[in-house]
Design a protein around this ligand. Sequence first.
Ligand SMILES: C[S@@+](CC[C@H](N)C(=O)[O-])C[C@H]1O[C@@H](n2cnc3c(N)ncnc32)[C@H](O)[C@@H]1O
Length: 291
Amino acid sequence: MDFGRKQKTSRLQLREISPDEARRVCRFVLQIAGISLNSSKNRFLETRLNPLLEKYGIPDYWSLLTEAKADASGVMAQDIIDAVATNETRFFRDAGPFELFQYKIIPYLTANRLPDSTGKIPIRIWSAACSTGQEVYSLAMCLKESLSNLRNYKITLLGSDISQRALDRAKEGVYSKFETARGLDEARLKKFFTPEGNAYRIRAEIREMVSFKSVNLLEPVNGFKEWDLILCRNVAIYFRQDHRKWLFNQLANALEPDGFLVAGASESLAAMCSRFIPKMFSSCTYYQRRF
Ligand SMILES: C[S@@+](CC[C@H](N)C(=O)[O-])C[C@H]1O[C@@H](n2cnc3c(N)ncnc32)[C@H](O)[C@@H]1O
């Protein structure tokens, strides 16, 4: 097969983006979502945004931006964010945070949290930037495996993301064989999923433990507080330094005083937020607030 020729043909089908259009798209995405794109990556922008030109019957990227800004419903802006956001994720990604959760955080919370007026022990966990749901469902599976009597607990397990498309998939809870093979062993696949055609659906008992919400992490999350654990992994890498600082400061406010924060494996808070102390469990770094 002549791969060179095939690539050339599909390249021709993409509407080219001019440097001015690329800069304008990047400014727009930065303003709305804080995602810092490289405006010289024309091919990336063309591949991600070309389907929107076709969807809306718009001739060029400049007009796409103009219409998105004028669209009071916000749907076009959401489509642009959905198109450029990187939703890469997988079940039990990096293993370390889930061992930390299972062997340190769950035992700590069950021993230190008091029952509320209903007699149940509240545990509040937020997967901020949960993408298509694998991270938050992995936490639900850990809870199911670790707590023999879930009825004694009032578990709040929230997955949030800016991408509506990712959240819709998360809510559906259906994953391809490729997606389930990334991170799930046979035992968990059998225990927590049912086959559905060529894919697997997460079982209702896990699905029902989790709720999903659209949250832009660069906007104030008023009312989001008293979380026992926040996972905010592999999203700040797409932000500018000033936005990262703002985000982790906001997450510090949202945690219980002895709550836990887990960032991505390559994201250190060292120079970013002096309100956190880094700690280690096995090979996993986590953060707690300074008193
Ligand atoms: C690479 S995924 C990380 C998913 C998961 N946390 C993990 O580590 O596997 C990054 C996610 O951040 C989301 N995102 C980007 N900017 C955001 C923002 N301003 N607010 C909330 N979510 C955002 C994207 O939509 C995407 O789903």
